[in-house]
Unconditional design. Sequence first.
Length: 383
Amino acid sequence: MSGHLRLTQQEADPIGAISASPIVTVGAILAFLLAAGLTWSHWSEVGSPLAAGIALVLVAAAGTAAVIASSPARAPFTNERLWIVVTLAVGGAIAEYVSTIGNNRQLYDDFGPTVIGMLILSLAPFCTWVSLALAGVLSAAVVSILVAGASMYTVSDAPVAALITLNSASVLAMSAAAAGYSYGIVAETLAWQREANRAALQRDAELRAGIARSVQQSRVSVLGREVLPFLAGVMTAERITVADADRARELAEALRRALRAGIESTWLDDLAANIRLNRGVDTIIDDPTGAAAALTADQRSALTALISWLGDASRSRLIRVAFTGSGEGEAHGDIVLVADAGASPPSRRELDRFVAVARAVALRADAALTRENVTVGLSYDID
């Protein structure tokens, strides 16, 4: 339960949130069209055209803010952005109330509650279910105050409590739907990820076992080809020469390097070796401090996806990944990935999707694309 309180769909499933971003644009357009249509339909009740115009401007501003704030290029979405959108939408509802004060005969044709609910619902993939529910409740409270103030002018004889319930039902229903969607999609995504992680851990264990065997075979190969014949020759020789001593030092250093490489290798080195062997794309990792091991699971997934995607022989000829500024005492680290373009280099739009995913998992990302290469710069905080 506690994990669901803190997570959004954008954090749990960044790619799914990118696919959902057009929903916000559709919701913003529909909200404005609804506000404009209802304002026109009850224009006879409008006593202040200026206030009515301000109401429409605030609705348009709320929709625009929602679209801009949820753009993949500005990921991740924050609670502050949700409250900006809700505040502008509630401001539109207040301005609508002011525009018809004293003349509002039918409360059902006020656009405020529905517009607020539509904007909250459209932002469901980017907010936690708690923040969505809270936004709906607080907005309903403001709408209820407006309804109570306007009830004395209505033609209906219904009790004020009934009018409040009826008028706030739309914002409460839509915010509840948004909260339910956010909670449900995050729960399903986390459950799927747990299953995928189990399979990945098993596969990783098998892969590492294979790598260990490969390293062991490499060492045995060195022993078989170099060390054993050398030892046999030394044992049968009458005296040890300076050249023999130098050769012994070289072989010992070669074995030490092999052992050190096996001990210090990280998951990123394994990934690079896999791409190099299976796809024929030379992948060079420059990580002198072993910073790759300190990345979070989500950050590793994003970096793995980017390197694996670029590691196609048609997209890249050479990939270089360098870690800087990740030593002890540093507040943040930087990763610079440069891929020399292959026969079919990636497009800008394809690259932007990976940048958006990286930003959603707390990696500040920028990308540059030229005919010669692709450069992606990533920055992350060090705990």
